[in-house]
Design a protein around this ligand. Structure first.
Ligand code: PMP
Length: 355
């Protein structure tokens, strides 16, 4: 008897390799630097809001996410119908591809970039068009614009780019958008936007106001430190935001996640102080790595990228030995999150000894 078979594209879906947790080693505190998480736990007021919501989890969440939509709309100064919430910004990427692509339609994105992109594309039976990043880890926006065809429905721009680190400038994004046909959706994945410190950074909200085909995706997982609660949002023209809401899972964003996200927005200055501390740590790590003879592409997120080729797994094993867990991409390189001071010190020390 033949068992029920999923659609053929399901077999083509590449695996998502999540960052490993540390292996406990006697006498050595290990640090997880493999998932670009925020090393700070949530603020006490955020924990309190989440706990209060936990007391009512016998009830479904507010399906309209009213309080969180209102808080975000006030914070971003956009109408609520320009917003769509989801269980992490990764869900928004899936939903965008699902809502805009028929099987065989093309989705253009840089590579290497966020590993969920090819997964989301394969899950929708769409076709991934991967445009190699430049030698310095930047998007090759010219080549990406050249890669757009009549079948292209979505272009994903990851800025800062996970895992290589650099971000695009507003001038680069504007020039790129000018080349993209208006019927093609351009998704600007700003998961790490709060960590950007550069000249002419992308102003996502201005981009949103100017371009009918631009969508921003953002998350509470990184700067706001709520990765475990799964909440992200898109800022998009109402037709796109409406499509995202239409394909979303009913009650997807839990009541606990909604409460913690609202409480985080109320405490944004304190959270952004932590982001500033992580950026300072990032600068210290970059200087330490340069001094160690291991320069990295300009990191604008909360992580650094080592291009290591065939020695990637060796580097990851050496990192394990000193109690830091990194994210290797075999044959390519390793991504290492900026974490606790001690963890960052160990990374610099490892780089010094790395030959
Ligand atoms: N975009 C990028 C570029 C990411 O690196 C990540 C997480 N690693 C996400 C989106 C998804 O984050 P989340 O689903 O936690 O919001």
């Amino acid at each position: 008897m033949t068992a029920p078979q999923p659609r053929p594209n399901v077999a083509e879906i590449p695996p998502y390799v999540a960052g490993k947790p540390p292996v406990p080693r006697p006498g050595l505190t290990s640090y997880k630097l493999s998932s670009n998480e925020n090393p700070y736990p949530p603020l006490p007021g955020v924990v309190e809001a989440a706990m209060t919501a936990v007391e009512r989890v016998n009830r479904y969440p507010d399906m309209g996410n009213t309080e969180l939509y209102d808080a975000l709309a006030a914070r971003l100064r956009v109408p609520t119908d320009h917003l769509a919430l989801a269980t992490g910004s990764v869900a928004l990427i899936y939903q965008l591809v699902q809502a805009f692509c028929d099987p065989g339609d093309e989705v253009v994105f840089a590579w290497r970039s966020f590993e969920a992109y090819p997964i989301a594309v394969a899950a929708a039976a769409a076709t991934a068009v991967k445009v190699p990043v430049l030698a310095d880890g930047r998007h090759d926006l010219d080549a990406m614009a050249d890669a757009v065809t009549e079948r292209t429905r979505v272009v994903l721009v990851c800025t800062p780019n996970n895992p290589t680190g650099p971000a695009v400038t507003q001038a680069e994004l504007d020039a790129f958008l000018a080349r993209i046909p208006p019927q093609v959706l351009v998704v600007v994945d700003e998961a790490y936007v709060e960590f950007v410190r550069m000249d002419d950074p992308v102003d996502g909200l201005v981009t949103h106001a100017r371009h009918e085909n631009a969508v921003l995706t953002r998350t509470f997982s990184k700067a706001y430190g709520l990765a475990g609660l799964r909440v992200g949002y898109a800022v998009a023209p109402p037709s796109v935001a409406g499509a995202l809401r239409a394909v979303s899972l009913p009650f997807g964003v839990s009541s606990v996640a909604q409460a913690a996200a609202v409480a985080s927005l109320e405490r944004e200055p304190a959270l952004l102080e932590r982001v500033a501390a992580l950026v300072a740590e990032r600068d210290r790590v970059v200087a330490g790595l340069a001094d160690a003879g291991c320069p990295v592409p300009e990191p604008q997120g909360n992580f650094v990228w080592f291009e290591l080729g065939e020695r990637t797994l060796e580097f990851a094993a050496a990192a394990d030995e000193v109690g830091i867990v990194v994210r290797p991409f075999a044959g390519e390189g390793a991504r290492v999150s900026i974490g606790e001071t001690e963890a960052n010190d160990r990374l610099i020390e490892l780089a010094r000894r790395w030959r």
